[in-house]
Design a protein around this ligand. Structure first.
Ligand SMILES: C[S@@+](CC[C@H](N)C(=O)[O-])C[C@H]1O[C@@H](n2cnc3c(N)ncnc32)[C@H](O)[C@@H]1O
Length: 279
């Protein structure tokens, strides 16, 4: 582990909506006066106001824990980075979702649904952002770990993170990021764990899924697909899309607990295809 100070996104011109929430709230109250919270409760009702405060407290806490995790490893993975100002490869900028990362506890919880022996599997994070998930996956014994990301600035940060990250329990050291549109990505010919955390809208997902299915048809092999979604409820269309391929079996998984380090509790589904079952 290193203590190297990584450039924060705002220093290199990235818009991070998660930082400074508390400061913005306090300055709002300073500008409008101490009675502003009372006015807001009157305007929106007590229930809605408490919900708003709860969501923000959760966000601030999760963001604090994310930045603490970053400091521990000398990396920069936290925040919610808007795509508008980024240099994006391919035609799907408007279909992509902001870069927010999977929390460590959420990731470890999802990983419990996979077998322990992962040494033949390549882990592919579709829409890998600043690489948090790639770094977390390296604590598991994958043969290789690949992120696919279309925003150049995020790819650069991710590659820096990979260079700096080190943990005594790291089990996979073959980590890389492909800069490109996920819709044009060709999957490697190894058994796969393909991870999606809310990266883009359904039309892009359909293309990626079609490419995955055709890769698995050409070269039958084991594959897990993990789909996680939060506020957008993308799971509602991703699950039927994956089922409709007729290739994958959905595994029973426990509901996701509310973890303090997660900005949002995600809904997730895990699917499996076994090459042997298709022969
Ligand atoms: C919600 S973030 C997920 C980050 C990471 N997978 C994680 O779980 O920590 C979604 C990411 O997908 C990327 N993305 C969106 N559309 C994409 C596309 N068509 N090709 C590649 N990456 C894309 C965004 O830039 C963003 O970094």
């Amino acid at each position: 582990m290193t203590d190297i100070e990584m450039p924060r996104p705002e220093r290199i011109g990235l818009e991070d909506r998660s930082s400074g929430r508390l400061g913005r709230a306090l300055s709002h109250i300073r500008q409008r006066g101490l009675l502003e919270p009372v006015r807001l409760v009157r305007r929106h009702g007590l229930g809605a106001s408490l919900g708003f405060v709860r969501r923000n407290v959760r966000h601030i806490l999760a963001d604090h824990l994310a930045r603490k995790w970053d400091r521990r490893y000398g990396v920069d993975t936290a925040g919610s980075i808007q795509l508008d100002a980024l240099d994006v490869v391919g035609p799907h900028r408007g279909k992509g979702n902001e870069a927010v990362c999977t929390s460590p506890r959420t990731f470890d919880f999802i990983m419990r649904s996979l077998p322990r022996d992962l040494r033949d599997y390549a882990f592919i994070d579709i829409g890998s952002g600043k690489s948090r998930t790639l770094l977390l996956a390296s604590l598991y014994p994958f043969s290789t770990i690949i992120g696919v990301e279309f925003a150049r600035e995020l790819v650069e940060i991710a590659r820096d993170n990979i260079r700096h990250f080190s943990d005594p329990s790291q089990k996979c050291r073959s980590l890389s990021v492909v800069e490109g549109d996920a819709a044009a990505y060709e999957f490697p010919e190894a058994p796969l764990v393909v991870y999606f955390y809310n990266p883009f809208s359904k039309d892009v997902f359909d293309i990626v899924l079609k490419n995955l299915v055709s890769s698995l048809e050409q070269q039958p092999r084991d594959c897990f697909v993990i789909y996680g979604s939060s506020s957008h409820r993308a799971i509602d269309w991703a699950r039927p899309a994956i089922r409709s391929t007729g290739m994958f079996t959905e595994l029973p998984v426990p509901p996701m607990p509310r973890f303090l380090d997660a900005v949002r509790t995600i809904d997730y589904a895990v699917f499996r295809i076994q090459a042997a079952s298709r022969r």
